[in-house]
Design a protein around this ligand. Structure first.
Ligand SMILES: *[C@@H]1O[C@H](CO)[C@@H](O)[C@H](O)[C@H]1NC(C)=O
Ligand SMILES: *[C@@H]1O[C@H](CO)[C@@H](O)[C@H](O)[C@H]1NC(C)=O
Ligand SMILES: CC(=O)N[C@H]1CO[C@H](CO)[C@@H](O)[C@@H]1O
Length: 292
């Protein structure tokens, strides 16, 4: 009997360690999800998919911006209702169903109109913005909202908005490239009184390319008091000097992880993998090997 209990406790401990040792392997979906290779995204080793880019309009409506030639912006939530269409909802819901390694789906947004909307009408459950984010979460089966603010940096409205999202049931994440003081401040405020695994802001993705090319994940981990997930830019014909081959990504991630024990790794972005004819399997394989 005793050994049975001991075995159970051991098993639980092992499971616990396994679950919390799971590394984050992420990719930003820059390409229109209706046009990208869904199968490759689900089966190449990524467990976290982040849909780019979402924006809130001045009335609280939510738009899915097109970043793909031939695609148009889509209004996805308006006046508390999902209006983005069944085809889009089915496509996005399919990321986490069937044969897939993905267990987390986020939307990445800028901060336009958030400050105005948090002031008026505010973050209450009867406001259009609250109802729209609630409807979108249900329609797309979302887990988190990713803040890609690169220009506004308003502390009070950012924290209020994160708390509004928590009330709806979202987790909150960030993806800074600069302005570490702002991000450290909101990290403290958003997670105040919360501890792992109940953090509201439970992930930090870090841009380590382009404007963030000089970022050191270890520095950010110390400043924020949280593990981070550095992002590298795959081979790209817009800024070739920022692009990393799978082999270069492997070396970079491995070095960082050895120095600072990271939460995982990830890439910006799927559009370029497909445009350049690169291999999802190779880029995903790098993450599986460095961040099992
Ligand atoms: C999509 O990815 C899968 C799995 O990697 C691959 O077999 C398939 O050929 C790809 N489809 C296209 C249209 O590239
Ligand atoms: C918005 O939704 C509310 C509640 O469902 C409804 O009463 C109102 O008519 C709608 N407004 C518009 C402009 O559709
Ligand atoms: C993510 C990103 O900015 N990708 C760019 C890569 O380069 C092509 C060609 O210049 C652009 O169209 C993409 O937007």
């Amino acid at each position: 009997m005793k050994s049975h209990i001991l075995a159970k406790a051991l098993l639980f401990e092992l499971l616990f360690q396994y679950v919390f040792a799971m590394h984050i392997r992420s990719i930003y979906l820059f390409k229109d999800v209706m046009k990208s290779n869904t199968t490759a995204l689900k089966t190449s080793g990524f467990n976290s998919l982040i849909i780019f880019g979402i924006g809130v309009l001045d009335n609280g409506d939510i738009e899915y911006y097109s970043n793909t030639p031939g695609s148009s912006d889509v209004l996805v939530a308006s006046n508390g209702t999902y209006v983005g269409g069944n085809a889009l909802a089915n496509k996005i819901r399919s990321f986490k169903t069937g044969t897939t390694g993905a267990n987390r789906l986020e939307i990445s947004m800028n901060s336009q109109h958030i400050s105005d909307l948090m002031a008026n009408p505010g973050p209450g459950a009867d406001t259009p913005i609250y109802r729209n984010f609630k409807a979108l979460k249900a329609a797309w089966n979302l887990d988190a909202v990713n803040n890609d603010d690169e220009s506004i940096y308003d502390v009070a409205s950012t924290v209020t908005f994160a708390q509004m999202l928590a009330n709806i049931g979202y987790k909150y994440t960030i993806v800074p490239y600069t302005n570490i003081d702002f991000w450290a401040t909101i990290t403290t405020q958003i997670n105040e009184g919360r501890t792992t695994p109940d953090l509201l802001m439970d992930r930090v993705y870090l841009q380590c390319y382009d404007g963030g090319a000089d970022n050191d994940p270890g520095d950010w981990q110390s400043m924020l008091g949280m593990k981070v997930v550095p992002l590298l830019w795959v081979i790209n014909d817009s800024k070739p000097y920022d692009g990393m081959t799978p082999a270069q990504a492997q070396t970079t991630f491995a070095d960082w992880n050895q120095q600072d024990a990271l939460a995982g790794g990830g890439y910006w972005n799927d559009y370029d993998i497909e445009k350049m004819g690169s291999s999802y399997t190779q880029y995903g394989g790098v993450l599986k090997s460095v961040f099992p």
